[in-house]
Design a protein around this ligand. Structure first.
Ligand SMILES: Cc1ncc(COP(=O)(O)O)c(C=O)c1O
Length: 239
């Protein structure tokens, strides 16, 4: 319940310092294998400065905040170049979102709308592995997409490709690859999945997180070198 009287700013600062201090101490002690992604103290200080300078910016109003449009265009362009798109590579369109879940859901929405308008699919389904991020479940529920989950291969802990192929049907609009998946950190066979997407005329999405991890890909348990995703014909969205 909203208290009758508010707390003084000093008290709020002290409370936040106490809780953030205790919580940050956990990952700073190396006790998290993921969850917190940072580039060191100096980088965090720069981020904090940037966040405070733009804390009230509203990207909906590009006329008031034109720099946000510029930053977004530059982020998309740099990311495209990193994953095999842009000049000399594939033609890429993109945008920034609030995070992984929103990116995945927007990719699903784009496929649902495209396959409905271009292929008349009104009862769409998509396929992911049982290890996929919960964002896929959330998106399917919100967008009215039937979700087919297939098992992972017990040897590689990646999507079972035979099960994937068997799950693809006439209403399948999207194959979702994990890169990496949450439980084991393994990367699904992206080129093989993209080949199936191309063969059956479905869409395919993969998280771009793999590519940002490429310099430290020892973190990602994969038996083969990670492909440059946009070099895979059949892959049409990176989130
Ligand atoms: C592969 C993958 N997909 C989706 C997400 C969800 O991202 P968010 O928590 O920003 O919504 C994550 C988060 O770590 C992820 O690693």
């Amino acid at each position: 319940m909203l208290p009758e009287t508010g707390l003084p700013a000093q008290r709020i600062r002290a409370m936040l310092r106490e809780s953030a201090g205790a919580e940050n101490a956990v990952w700073k002690a190396g006790k998290c294998s993921g969850s917190v992604y940072h580039g060191g103290a100096e980088h965090q200080a720069l981020l904090n400065e940037a966040f405070s300078l733009y804390s009230l910016a509203n990207p909906l109003h590009a006329d008031v905040f034109p720099s946000l449009v510029k930053f977004e265009a530059e982020i998309v362009s740099m990311t495209a170049a990193l994953v095999g798109g842009g000049e000399g590579g594939r033609d890429v369109r993109g945008g920034t979102t609030s995070g992984g879940t929103e990116s995945i859901i927007l990719a699903m929405k784009a496929h649902r709308d495209y396959y409905r308008s271009e292929h008349g699919i009104t009862d769409p389904d998509m396929v992911c592995c049982i290890t996929a991020h919960a964002a896929v479940d959330k998106g399917c529920e919100m967008l009215g997409i039937r979700l087919k989950k297939v098992p992972s291969d017990p040897r590689t802990h990646t999507m079972d490709l035979s099960a994937l192929q068997a799950a693809i049907g006439p209403n399948t609009i999207l194959l979702y690859a994990s890169a990496p998946n949450f439980p084991q950190g393994t990367v699904d066979d992206i080129p093989a999945m993209a080949a199936l997407a191309k063969r059956y005329g479905t869409g395919m999405s993969v998280p771009a997180i793999t590519d940002f991890q490429r310099p430290s890909s020892a973190l990602v348990l994969t038996s083969s070198p990670l492909p440059t995703p946009l070099s895979c014909p059949g892959l049409d969205v990176m989130t």
